[in-house]
Design a protein around this ligand. Structure first.
Ligand code: ZN
Ligand code: ZN
Ligand code: ZN
Length: 466
């Protein structure tokens, strides 16, 4: 199309075209005509765009674009952001291996963006220690109009307590590991945004970070004042049971990193009394007693509203089977690290009387491998095909005609008896496997068969078929 024919198009049509052009082409548009050069500065051309600051065009884009949806920048290379007037809605700043970050520069970037008026989402991601942490953490606590603030990985540790907060609540999502070091910052943010917070995560991104070693129940008391709190991920904090009064609380993830009797009681009391319909339990793999106590607490609630339960570590099968009849609404049970022997015990014990509402059972077929097993034993534990032919899986699927059992990350050894038979050719080993015994036209929840990804094979198990 020539420049002359472009001039025949209306602004509205040209803007629609510009919205879909690549950033390179937008930069080139300035050279085509004054009119295009003007149109390319409109907000709607940029409002949906993301920029990586290490992109070679980043400097030019930051000079041209009036706004951007999001920017990801290495924390040691933020100078273009300090001098830019491009207003960014979502900003992610992260450190890179081998670069020491001066966090006061990040504080400056955040202040600049705050003054430009569009900053709503902020992610700070640190793997390493930083200098200038006080300036950054103080800024994060006072920055206004944010909707989400996520501090991933190490929380920069400050030399002074952070006590001053944004005057008006705006945060809906807050994620930051609670440690003795970050306590004043976390509590200051929680207190300032108690009215608006809906999703709070106080654990590190990994399973267990530094953890909270303090004795204060301030954090739990602040959480308990949140009228909109729907989702909470935290350790078993002192006084955690107070959070049970949060009527909107829908999902709780509780991490119990170390064995502390008092800690477990706080978490157990929340599980016993809270309004949650969804719970995820994560505890130290060697703390069998912790797992049992938490699971027992779930079962001690009469008329429990629990619909979804995930257990990240090896479940204590006995307590779980005893708790299930007290969870009349439980629809989905996900066990994320399940040695097959434990899983078989659970599978043999499952009946519609034990778990009347259960429709989805998720198991990870290759669960933890207990060290010290012989090579033969390890292979036996790992072969999902052999497991599929075992009594446990068959019992659960046949005894519970309404159930869909999902085995994740299945692998087949290739030389056990089941593998040598050459059956179940239709299964894509390595992917997920869905098992059921009902006729498809009598499925109680056909939506459960719809694969979220195409790596799942479905196998119907009949009572008389091995
Ligand atoms: Zn095998
Ligand atoms: Zn087979
Ligand atoms: Zn079905």
């Amino acid at each position: 199309m020539s420049v002359e024919s472009l001039e025949l198009l209306s602004d509205v049509v040209l803007l629609m075209v510009l919205e879909h052009l690549r950033q390179d082409d937008l930069l080139a548009c300035r050279l085509v005509s004054k009119r295009l050069g003007r149109l390319v500065l409109r907000h709607r051309v940029w409002r949906h765009r993301h920029l990586y600051l290490d992109d070679y065009r980043a400097g030019a884009v930051l000079r041209l674009a009036p706004i951007l949806k999001s920017v990801t920048a290495a924390a040691h290379r933020t100078l273009p952001l300090i001098t830019s007037t491009c207003a960014i809605k979502g900003l992610e700043l992260r450190d890179e291996v081998g670069h020491i970050v001066n966090a006061s520069n990040l504080a400056l970037v955040i202040r600049v963006q705050e003054s430009l008026g569009r900053l709503r989402h902020l992610v700070i991601s640190f793997l390493n220690l930083v200098t200038g942490a006080d300036a950054l953490m103080r800024t994060l606590a006072v920055v206004s109009d944010l909707e989400s603030l996520r501090i991933v990985g190490c929380v920069p540790s400050t030399t002074h307590r952070v006590v001053q907060a944004s005057p008006s609540p705006s945060l809906k999502v807050f994620r930051c590991e609670l440690t003795k070091d970050s306590e004043s910052f976390v509590n200051t943010v929680l207190g300032a945004h108690a009215e608006t917070l809906e999703d709070v995560g106080l654990c590190s991104g990994g399973y267990f970070g530094v953890g909270y070693s303090g004795e204060s129940d301030t954090t739990a008391r602040l959480l308990a004042t949140m009228p909109r709190l729907q989702k909470l991920e935290c350790e078993a904090l002192p006084g955690l049971q107070a959070v049970a009064v949060c009527a909107a609380l829908h999902h709780v993830t509780v991490n119990v990193p170390s064995f502390k009797q008092r800690t477990i009681e706080w978490a157990a009391e929340l599980l016993r009394a809270g309004p949650m319909r969804s719970v995820c339990l994560n505890y130290d793999v060697f703390n069998y007693e912790v797992g049992s106590k938490l699971i027992e607490a779930l079962g001690e609630r009469g008329g429990s509203p629990l619909e979804f339960l995930a257990i990240i570590k090896v479940p204590q099968v006995g307590p779980l089977l005893r708790a299930l009849p007290s969870l009349p609404a439980l629809r989905e049970l996900q066990l994320l690290e399940t040695p097959q022997d434990d899983a078989d015990e659970l599978l043999r014990g499952l009946t519609p009387q034990v778990a009347p509402a259960l429709r989805i059972l998720g198991l990870t077929a290759s669960g933890i491998i207990i060290s010290g097993l012989t090579a033969t034993a390890r292979r036996r534990v790992e072969c999902a095909h052999e497991w599929l032919h075992g009594d446990g899986v068959k019992a659960a699927v046949v005894n519970n005609p309404l159930l869909h059992t999902e085995l994740r990350n299945t692998s087949a050894c290739g030389d056990c008896e089941a593998c040598m038979q050459g059956c179940h050719q239709e299964v894509m080993w390595g992917g997920d496997l869905g098992l059921f015994s009902h006729d498809l036209d009598k499925c109680p929840s056909p939506e459960d068969h719809i694969d979220t990804d195409s790596r799942r094979s479905w196998v119907q198990i009949r009572e008389n078929v091995a």
